[in-house]
Design a protein around this ligand. Structure first.
Ligand SMILES: *[C@@H]1O[C@H](CO)[C@@H](O)[C@H](O)[C@H]1NC(C)=O
Ligand SMILES: *[C@@H]1O[C@H](CO)[C@@H](O)[C@H](O)[C@H]1NC(C)=O
Ligand SMILES: *[C@@H]1O[C@H](CO)[C@@H](O)[C@H](O)[C@H]1NC(C)=O
Ligand SMILES: *[C@@H]1O[C@H](CO)[C@@H](O)[C@H](O)[C@H]1NC(C)=O
Length: 208
């Protein structure tokens, strides 16, 4: 009986240990689920864009870290939010031009000194942009990463977007255009320049 209780106690201690490891170990990064389920008559577009800039990641995450505060991403603030900001399950909703609206749910979020990473899933909407065909954008999932590089002096930004639509080329173009307009503008806002490939060099005081 005593052995049993002891084993039970050890078991509980071990369980506690496992739980605390799971809760605090930063290597327990959860892979984002980007699966979108498209109707039979829709196509899946897969859009990948990445950027590197000469500025610390905090300059970017300072602006982008709130799931509810989405005004930086296309200039359209959320008008309705539910849940707790940055906690998976939170939702944001807002009107787009021409009667459409976005309705997105956060599914993954991590923020630490090395950067920010989050995934959200959206419900579809119809979208038209001058010069582009109107597309019925179906359900989509987007993962965004802001990663510290170059010993804290640079930022790597990476987006992976999966979207259902009735026109995969137009859907690709619309998402890609959104990315290439917004991220360089964001960099300009924080005074960052495009990094061509090499890390910025540290300033050294050379003695002659
Ligand atoms: C974060 O943003 C606020 C206001 O937008 C600004 O005052 C502050 O200096 C920024 N902090 C960093 C680390 O960029
Ligand atoms: C967003 O979509 C969900 C799921 O369809 C729905 O329950 C919710 O009412 C929508 N939010 C708004 C503000 O329309
Ligand atoms: C909104 O509708 C107008 C008129 O049809 C069109 O010119 C414009 O491109 C549309 N804008 C968007 C963002 O859908
Ligand atoms: C996709 O849907 C939009 C909006 O309903 C429509 O205007 C467009 O013609 C459709 N495109 C294709 C290729 O079916």
């Amino acid at each position: 009986m005593r052995t049993f209780s002891l084993m039970k106690a050890i078991g509980l201690v071990l369980l506690g240990l496992v739980c605390s490891i799971n809760a605090h170990d930063p290597s327990h990064y959860r892979s984002p689920s980007n699966d979108v389920h498209c109707p039979a008559d829709a196509y899946v577009s897969f859009v990948h864009d990445s950027f590197t800039f000469n500025a610390p990641v905090q300059k970017f995450t300072n602006i982008t870290k709130s799931f509810f505060d989405i005004a930086w991403y296309g200039g359209i603030p959320a008008s309705i939010t539910t849940g707790t900001d940055n906690v998976p399950g939170a939702t944001r909703f807002g009107p787009l031009d021409n009667g459409s609206s976005f309705n997105e749910t956060l599914t993954m979020y991590t923020l630490d000194e090395n950067g920010l990473s989050f995934t959200y899933h959206g419900l579809g909407f119809a979208y038209a942009l001058p010069g582009y065909k109107t597309a019925d954008l179906g359900a989509y999932a987007e993962t965004m990463r802001f990663e510290s590089i170059c010993a804290g002096r640079g930022t790597y930004i990476d987006l992976i977007t999966y979207a259902c639509s009735n026109d995969s080329i137009t859907a690709y173009n619309l998402w890609h255009l959104e990315h290439v307009l917004i991220f360089p503008a964001l960099a300009a806002e924080v005074g960052a320049t495009v990094m061509a490939g090499d890390c910025p060099e540290e300033c050294h005081n050379h003695k002659t």
